[in-house]
Design a protein. Structure first.
Length: 689
């Protein structure tokens, strides 16, 4: 055994000398030589292993295209690199396979070309593929992980190191980029932020953009959990189980983030994109919060609010009734005909009473189990077809799937039933006609009621299919419809109402306005209605005039201006004058711009409200700016979002371009930062080309 490591040099030494010398050794010398042989053996073994480790690169190409490709990193990660220089684009930590296993050098599908396959026995199978180029400067790669055991959890985590990410879900305290958000792993479905602040909000798409020019899209039929780990990573998780499905997504590489956004925008909605009623853009919404005890009180309150608005020169707009007031008026429609005639004579409602103001009513797909609406369906035997139901047990009857909506136990409309949808839409049309309403708003479109009850949903209602189906149905009411949620529905001619915000300066309040606007627009939902000026949710400092003013200045440049508290109730007279000026600026400057760039959105899918990196797609400074936005390419808005601040730094995007301060007409070059730029309380800095 001791001679084995020495076998190679033995051929160069005479056999007689070697053997005679060995025989003459004493026993101690024999032990010394034996120890030396063992040491040499281990040294050579370690050397060979070290040499092999050094020879194997820490990462190797597994799939290469023309613009870039994917590498396998030995610690268990997929790396997306751009060619020719190998610029890092994305790093994906793989949690599906044992980290101790070596990188996949063996490719089972190398003969097929443009593909890479590898199997970790008893764990998972990886399949990578080059996909047909969707655009001349874009290259896409398909990634599919298939579990080989029911208990395998498929998990890919996308690093935020040196990459700013955008898109995905809306959250309670909206951030731009998404790197600043935190959320535990949970189903990637829309939800109500009012009842679950740690959940995802009412608008999302399975699309993420990286500042390096990468676009990540996840297949719509993949059951998916998403976690957001602030400034570290976000993870896609396909849950384990007997019905576990492959985790499938696509990575597309573009020259920069703006090119990636243009590519993904062109695919959102496609040629089916349509515009909502553009007349609403120039019509401020005034939410009614007056007496609601009876139909007569509501009508008197509406007339009083209309008179007040006319007195202050704000007579053009929309009076919005909440769901409760709408229900009171709807209930009055169900009284006996003789009584209805007497009521009409005494308390008649004529839309002309508030003209030129228009009316918006609010509905939801929910019905309280104590409401006449639900009880009638119960009496008529329509519950199974009209409302979502739980599957029957042991041959029993189906029972309604009950949800909580605004503190009440409710049934929810069954959007998979044509009869139920037909009944619901007919009711909405009847109420709209009865009340002379110009707009119908539908709340409660978000969320998966089955998942909220920890019940597996039927296939036709998995994920956000409820929201998508309801949106498609509401679009048939016409383009004067407002919905509270969006998922795979950006192409429909609907306005989307944003979630209520806190009346404070946090990211759940004022600071989240611009990030939310950029998020909605990037995902194709350009025609959104921000929360009311000043915020709708209570805060520790109610009635802050400065907050009201700064909020007003931001929404002046967004699609629709909405008010819950009128300016004459919250602030001094100068704020009322400022409100009139802002409404006029919105009509004269902003609405024409939105109309102009809505045509571009129809043709190309480009967002109307754009981040600064749209004009500076390779400038890292632009990637993290969350308090500026562009309208198209020609107006830059830089509002104040800090309490007490009267100046701010302003980044002007677009190197080589010239911007004019709209107030002073001073000219500045793009690609620069204006330090300590003045912005008094009555001023909002904005620049035009």
């Amino acid at each position: 055994q001791l001679a084995m490591p020495l076998a190679r040099p033995a051929g160069h030494i005479p056999e007689a000398a070697w053997t005679s010398g060995f025989r003459e050794m004493t026993e101690p010398w024999k032990g010394a030589v034996g120890g030396l042989g063992v040491a040499v053996f281990f040294a050579m073994t370690i050397g060979i292993i070290s040499w092999q480790a050094l020879e194997q690169p820490p990462e190797e190409w597994v799939l290469r295209g023309r613009a870039g490709g994917l590498l396998w990193e030995r610690r268990g990660a997929l790396l997306l690199r751009a060619l020719p220089g190998g610029r890092p684009v994305a790093a994906i930590a793989v949690g599906s396979v044992p980290a101790a296993q070596p990188p996949p050098p063996r490719d089972r599908c190398w003969q097929e070309g443009g593909q890479f396959c590898y199997t970790w026995e008893e764990d998972a199978e990886l399949h990578l593929s080059l996909e047909p180029p969707p655009a001349p400067a874009t290259e896409c790669y398909g990634v599919r992980w298939t579990p080989l055991r029911p208990d395998v959890v498929l998990k890919d985590c996308f690093s935020m190191a040196n990459v700013s990410w955008y898109g995905g879900p809306s959250v309670h305290a909206q951030r731009w980029p998404l790197n600043g958000a935190d959320s535990p792993a949970q189903p990637l479905v829309t939800g109500d932020l009012g009842t679950n602040r740690t959940g995802y909000g009412p608008l999302l798409e399975r699309l993420f953009l990286g500042s390096t020019g990468v676009a990540l899209t996840v297949a719509p039929d993949v059951p998916l959990l998403l976690s957001l780990e602030r400034d570290r990573q976000f993870c896609l998780v396909s849950p384990a189980g007997a019905a576990a499905q492959p985790l499938r997504y696509r990575l597309c590489l573009s020259p920069d983030v703006a090119a990636a956004a243009r590519h993904t925008g062109s695919r959102l909605g496609g040629p089916a994109r349509a515009l909502p009623d553009m007349a609403l853009l120039g019509s401020p919404i005034w939410r009614y919060h007056g007496p609601a005890g009876s139909a007569a009180k509501i009508k008197r309150g509406l007339r009083a609010l209309a008179r007040r608005l006319k007195r202050h020169g704000l007579q053009e707009g929309v009076l919005a009734l909440g769901e409760r007031c709408t229900a009171v008026l709807a209930a009055a429609d169900h009284v006996a005909p003789e009584r209805r005639k007497r009521q009409a004579a005494a308390h008649g409602w004529e839309p002309s009473a508030v003209a030129p103001l228009q009316l918006a009513i609010t509905l939801s797909p929910y019905a309280s189990i104590a409401s006449p609406l639900f009880l009638r369906s119960l009496r008529d035997g329509d519950t199974e077809s009209r409302w979502l139901t739980l599957p029957p047990r042991h041959g029993g009857c189906s029972v309604p799937l009950l949800s909580t909506w605004k503190g009440r136990l409710c049934a929810r409309l069954n959007v998979t039933s044509e009869a139920a949808l037909g009944w619901y839409l007919a009711r909405a049309r009847r109420l709209r006609q009865l009340l002379g309403a110009a707009y119908v708003a539908v709340e409660g479109a978000e969320g998966n009621s089955f998942l909220q009850r920890a019940v597996p949903p039927p296939a036709e209602l998995e994920g956000d299919r409820y929201t998508a189906a309801l949106a498609a149905a509401l679009a048939t009411l016409g383009n004067a419809t407002i919905i509270s949620a969006g998922a795979s529905s950006s192409h429909l001619p609907l306005f989307v109402q944003m979630s209520p915000r806190r009346a404070d300066w946090s990211h759940a309040g004022l600071k989240g306005l611009v990030p939310s606007a950029l998020h909605y627009s990037l995902l194709g939902y350009n025609f959104f209605i921000p929360d009311a000026v000043g915020g709708s949710l209570d805060s520790d400092t109610p009635g802050d005039p400065e907050l009201y003013v700064r909020w007003l200045q931001i929404v002046t440049f967004l699609p629709v201006m909405a008010f819950s508290t009128p300016p004459w109730l919250c602030c001094d007279a100068w704020v009322l004058n400022l409100t009139r000026q802002c409404v006029q600026r919105h009509r004269d400057l902003v609405v024409p711009l939105i109309r102009k760039y809505s045509e571009e959105w129809l043709n190309s899918g480009s967002p109307i409200f754009r981040p600064p990196w749209w004009l500076s797609p390779t400038d890292p400074t632009a990637f993290t700016i969350e308090d500026e936005f562009l309208i198209g390419d020609e107006v830059l808005v830089a509002p104040i979002t800090e309490k007490g601040q009267r100046w701010r730094d302003i980044y002007l995007p677009g190197a080589g371009q010239v911007w004019l301060d709209a107030r002073t007409a001073r000219a500045f070059h793009g690609g620069t930062i204006l330090r300590n730029y003045s912005a008094g309380l009555a001023e909002v800095p904005f620049f035009v080309k």
